[in-house]
Every structure is written in C-alpha cells, then in structure tokens.
Design a binder for this molecule. Structure first.
Ligand code: E4P
Length: 218
C-alpha cells in the first residue's frame, strides 16, 4: 500500500519524507488556504516546492468547474512538474475532463468521491486515482471504510487499473482498515501515520532492554 500525506505543510511533508515511507502528497484548495498560500503564482510555486521534497505523485486540484477551464488549468498544472497529478472533482464536466486528460496521457485524481457509482464512472473515464472521502462519510453516520470495500470489489470484478486512494482519513484505525480491504493508497495527516508506531509494550520493552544492558555494563 502506498502512503501519501494529506497536507500542504512543507515541514510535515519533509518529516514524512525523512521517515523514508512517503510515496506522495495530496493537497486541495482548503489545505493550501490553511497554510496561508494564496494567489495563482504562489500556489503554483508551492506545488513545485512540494515536488522538490518528495519523489512520488503530488495531487494539484483544478479550480474551474467548466470543461474548458478544467482542461486549461489541468494542462498547465501537468506541465509544472512530471510528478503532478491533476485533481478533478467527480462532476459531469469533471468526468469529461478526466476522459480528455487520459487520452492525452495526463494523470488524474478524481476527487470528492462519496459513492461506488461515482468511482465506477471515474474508472471508466480513465482516472489514475479515485479519492473516496471516508472521514466525511463517517461524519454523517455512513461507514466510509465500507465504501472502500465496495469500490475494491467493483474494480477487481473488471480489472480496472484506477487506484483507490482512500482520503479524508482521520486516524490510525482508518489506515489499518483500508490496508485490510486493499486500498492502493491511503492519504492521511502525519499524526495518523505516526500513530501506527505507537505501542506501550514497545516503550516499556525498550526501557527494560536499556536498563538491563546498563546493569550488565557497569
Ligand atoms: C483528499 O485528497 C482531500 O484532500 C482530503 O483527504 C479531505 O480530507 P478532509 O475531509 O479531512 O478535509
């Protein structure tokens, strides 16, 4: 399973990259705004900074909602850096844009997926990734992880190569559940990734080993 980090914060991206396990980054307009990145030129520069830190794919979202605008923006984003994947919302125009990008060899991440039907259409249009938002489904009393399982079954039935990129991940258990189901990628905050490391028996076991070593080497 690939690990992406879901942030536009350069320090957090560097920390995850330094851990040696990072496969990519996802951003969205809200995450950019959270870091105080605004204005077209600054946003484009920020994508390049992110690409300089990581080796893998970096999702950059289009703002336009019409087909022509999405194509113009997406082609520019893709030309910024070979690691850029164009993030497109799952609307009627978005599906047409994904089909177009796919025919031109431009990689896409179809975002704001909340149903298996949306994921099926995105795969049919040739999306590289689909991003089902599991945390936001949990927020409205719908099991987000079940959606990942549903999409996995459909894609496996037909051999779709579109990768399931579990998004809106809120905690460590989401990552584990997605791994059990067979999500191709999980994008999460750094805190959820670091949570995978934690175990009190590791801490107490290490403390004991160090204490015993110190006793024997007095
Ligand atoms: C996906 O790529 C989105 O950036 C993100 O995961 C949304 O997460 P949120 O629901 O925590 O905003």
């Amino acid at each position: 399973m690939k690990f992406f980090i879901d942030t536009a914060n350069l320090d957090q991206i560097k920390e995850a990259q330094d851990l040696g396990i990072l496969d990519g980054v996802t951003t969205n307009p809200s995450l950019m705004a959270k870091e105080g990145i605004s204005g077209y030129d600054n946003i484009m520069k920020h994508y390049k900074f992110i690409c300089d830190i990581v080796d893998g794919d970096v999702s950059a979202e289009v703002i336009a909602t019409d087909l022509e605008g999405m194509i113009k923006e997406g082609e520019f984003l893709a030309s910024l850096h070979p690691q850029i994947v164009v993030k497109v919302p799952v609307t009627k125009e978005g599906i047409k844009a994904i089909k177009y990008f796919s025919s031109k060899g431009i990689r896409t991440n179809c975002t704001l997926i909340f149903s298996a039907g949306q994921a099926l259409l995105a795969a049919k249009a040739g999306a590289t990734y689909v991003s089902p938002f599991i945390g936001r489904l949990d927020d409205i009393s719908t099991n987000g992880v079940h959606l990942i399982a549903e999409i996995r079954m459909i894609y496996d039935n037909y051999g779709y190569e579109t990768q399931i990129l579990a998004a809106s991940v809120r905690h460590t258990m989401h990552i584990l559940q997605c791994a059990q189901i067979g999500a191709d990628v999980v994008t999460s905050p750094l805190s959820a990734i670091m949570g995978l490391l934690k175990h009190p028996l590791t801490d107490s076991g290490l403390a004991q080993f160090l204490a015993d070593h110190a006793k024997g080497n007095k």
